[in-house]
Design a protein around this ligand. Structure first.
Ligand SMILES: NC(=O)c1ccc[n+]([C@@H]2O[C@H](COP(=O)([O-])OP(=O)(O)OC[C@H]3O[C@@H](n4cnc5c(N)ncnc54)[C@H](OP(=O)(O)O)[C@@H]3O)[C@@H](O)[C@H]2O)c1
Length: 292
């Protein structure tokens, strides 16, 4: 995949606050946008109630929105993210994740602005013993991964100014968190959604366009994450029984491992904290208040 190092970056030193258009802002990751991008003028959109509507599957709507709102950059979060539903409704998955992304990329191309496309560790096949780096070949095992990879390929083919940023198992969203137990690859790199957006915020002014992994440091199994949550909640009496993923017959196959390492960000001097530290903050600041 091409990386356009040195291409024109957004002028982050300019007096004006850069305008950031966010698609899919009503979801789990988008729920942190206001808190993180305080240095941007935010335009949050989605197809869910409560936000201005922007359906990425409608090419004319997307092109008109980008042309009229004149953002400095687009953060494209909108996606069909239910892995099992994608498996059962592949046309819908490709429509949202591939063609929806194409619509956003074409609008950015017409406006001459950069795009941040959020992708997933789910593009990997799961058979590598070590964590995946950006130079490993993707090999998705399910429709969700295939459709997100198609989005990556479209972005890289259409644009020169892009960041494709792959996240691991996303943690966050408090009551919005509906995916953590749903995606059961055996090994992965937990990614606190707040840290994820903060990493993108650091990447944006670099102008170092290309493909990146952005997960918290380290990897673990779902069981290890569950044990850590129990310890952080101070609930030793809660029994956690490790079971095989074969005990959850789900429509979409899962990779054995989605563990990732942020090699390219590390080379830029951008380092993520460990997933254990991130989980500690998530539990104490977001989960404990929900439980009390
Ligand atoms: N969560 C994870 O573990 C994870 C991990 C790696 C990468 N990612 C990627 O990170 C991004 C954000 O994920 P998330 O967890 O915040 O997902 P999410 O909670 O499902 O949020 C996505 C939002 O996009 C909306 N949307 C769906 N189709 C749309 C359309 N055609 N036009 C505009 N908006 C649309 C969804 O609305 P509906 O709810 O009505 O569909 C939802 O509000 C996605 O690109 C996802 O693939 C997520």
């Amino acid at each position: 995949m091409r990386s356009f190092v040195g291409a024109r970056a957004i002028d982050y030193n300019h007096a004006m606050t850069p305008r950031l258009l966010v698609t899919g802002a009503g979801g789990m990751v988008g729920s942190y946008a206001k808190e993180i991008f305080t240095d941007h003028e935010l335009i949050l959109t989605d197809i869910v109630d409560g936000l201005p509507r922007l359906d990425v599957c409608d090419p004319a709507e997307v092109k008109a929105a980008v042309a009229e709102l004149k953002p400095a950059v687009v953060l494209h979060l909108a996606a069909a993210t239910d892995v099992d539903r994608c498996e059962q409704e592949p046309d819908g998955a490709y429509r949202s994740n591939a063609i929806g992304t194409q619509n956003v990329a074409l609008a950015c191309q017409a406006a001459g602005i950069p795009l941040v496309y959020v992708s997933t560790a789910g593009v990997f096949g799961g058979d590598k013993p070590e964590p995946y780096i950006e130079f490993d070949a993707p090999r998705p095992v399910n429709v969700y991964g295939l459709s997100k990879l198609a989005g990556e390929q479209i972005v890289a083919a259409l644009l020169q100014q892009y960041y494709i940023v792959r996240a691991g198992w996303m943690i966050g969203g408090g009551p919005r968190d509906k995916k953590f137990v749903g995606k059961i690859a055996r090994l992965g790199s937990p990614t606190y959604a707040r840290d994820f957006l903060a990493g993108i915020q650091r990447l944006l002014p670099t102008g170092q366009y290309g493909l990146y992994h952005l997960a918290n440091k380290g990897c673990g199994t779902r069981y290890e994450v569950a044990l850590k949550v129990r310890a952080l909640l101070g609930r030793p009496e809660v029994e956690i029984v490790p079971v095989s993923s074969a005990q959850f017959p789900l429509p979409a196959p899962r990779a054995r491992s989605e563990a990732m390492r942020n090699l390219k960000l590390e080379l830029l001097g951008i380092h993520a904290r460990t997933w254990e530290d991130a989980l500690q903050e998530y539990v104490s600041t977001e989960l404990v208040p929900l439980l009390t």
